[in-house]
Design a protein around this ligand. Structure first.
Ligand SMILES: *Cc1c(COP(=O)(O)O)cnc(C)c1O
Length: 397
């Protein structure tokens, strides 16, 4: 059976070149980067070379990149760090309703600690209003945190403009760029952000490695306390192999960025066009203009998304609902809800994400399976207009 992985937004496989770069650091170059002898220096050099590659990909200085255990830790650190740092100034934070749970649940935690959080809404395209952002800023606002690109429906948000508004009011700006990294050109200096979270396993590096960009001069309180690693800012022996992998993946992402964006966008549009040609009552969630190259989030009317996901799984096609449903809690996606979708449309929505190993032949296979499976599921659905007993188009009505 053919297998087609279409969940690159959830995680990516480690590329062979990335793996090859990592391997020596498990065995020969296994030293602790803090050790003051050969193998330690070797590991240290590897870590610093990787830091340079990651920094270069986002336009940062090497010293502004701090490795963390994941994107979630970077998000946590940014929010809790600024909250601690600026608590004398105020306890108000602004974010959006469509953030990843790494941001939303940290905000909920901070709310319990006495902080106040404003959650900006989005329109049907998944875009925030810059005017609403500016109006939300108060004298006690200490941080604006807005994601660069949304993991569920792919909207790319106006980070440069949002950061400018925050700075106009002397407020720090953080962005969760985990989905944007390697899919959108990023230059932290041009964007003028203070803090930015990124992660390795969304760009073909292994799971368990991330980084926080912290603008030079901004001294964020530590999240972890312990050793003097990462310039005394993030304790814990470095995940050397993960860092090496992240560095190689960042280097490859930078080299391929233009081609990657063009190629993946073409595949995405080819997929959407063919799905819409072959299946009726399908719509794309979110706008097409400012959208991640590989993101397709669609509503299949009269279909239970989880059921379709399960049937596709049996045919070797791996996709996601893009929401908390996939983690076992059947709450409808907070992202699609924020875009104004009613629950039945949310439950009929699925996310397909395309990546570097996706081929046109894969997409053709997925469209074939989708067409058949949607037809079958719709024939069971009492809400389907073409249902023999319940539909409005029945001949004996
Ligand atoms: C995956 C993801 C995260 C979390 O990154 P991890 O490295 O998995 O902890 C945070 N934000 C966004 C937008 C993501 O897609």
């Amino acid at each position: 059976m053919r297998e087609v992985y279409m969940d690159y937004s959830a995680t990516t496989p480690v590329k062979a070149e990335v793996m090859a770069e990592m391997l020596p650091y498990f065995t020969m170059k296994f030293g602790n980067p803090s050790s003051l002898y050969g193998p330690g220096f070797e590991a240290r050099d590897g870590v610093e070379a990787a830091r340079h590659n990651v920094a270069h990909l986002i336009g940062a200085a090497d010293k502004e990149v701090y490795f963390t255990s994941c994107g979630t830790e970077a998000d946590d650190w940014a929010l809790k760090g600024v909250a601690e740092l600026k608590k004398a100034k105020g306890k108000h934070i602004i974010t959006t309703k469509i953030e990843h749970h790494a941001i939303l649940h940290t905000c909920e935690y901070l709310e319990k600690q006495g902080y106040e959080v404003t959650y900006l809404g989005v329109d049907a395209e998944g875009q925030i209003s810059l005017e609403e952002l500016e109006n939300a800023i108060r004298p006690d606002t200490i941080l604006v945190s807005i994601m660069f690109a949304n993991n569920e429906m792919g909207a790319i948000l106006p980070i440069k403009e949002a950061a400018a508004i925050a700075h106009k009011h002397d407020v720090l700006f953080h962005t969760d760029a985990v989905q944007a990294l390697s899919n959108v050109p990023i230059d932290v200096k041009d964007l003028d952000v203070d803090l930015m979270s990124i992660s390795g396993h969304k760009i073909y590096a292994p799971k368990g490695i991330g980084a926080l960009y912290i603008r030079k001069g901004l001294v964020l309180p530590n999240l972890l306390h312990g050793g003097a690693q990462e310039s005394k800012r993030r304790a814990g022996t470095e995940n050397v192999t993960g860092i090496i992998g992240f560095g190689k993946a960042a280097q490859m992402a930078e080299e391929n960025l233009d081609y990657h964006i063009k190629h993946i966008t073409e595949l995405r549009d080819y997929f959407i066009e063919n799905v819409q040609k072959r299946i009726s009552n399908v719509r794309v969630n979110g706008g097409m203009e400012h959208r991640l190259p590989g993101n397709v989030n669609m509503i299949f009317d009269f279909i239970e998304g989880e059921a379709l996901l399960g049937y596709l799984d049996m045919q070797g096609i791996y996709i996601s609902t893009g929401s908390a449903c996939s983690s076992g809690s059947f709450a409808p996606s907070h992202v699609l809800a924020a875009m104004g979708l009613p629950p039945e449309k949310i439950y009929s929505s699925l996310r397909f994400s395309i990546g570097d190993f996706t081929t046109k032949a894969d997409l053709d296979y997925v469209v074939d399976c989708l067409e058949r499976t949607v037809q079958t599921l719709r024939s069971f659905s009492p809400f389907n207009e073409e249902h023999p007993m319940f539909g409005t188009t029945q001949v004996h009505k």
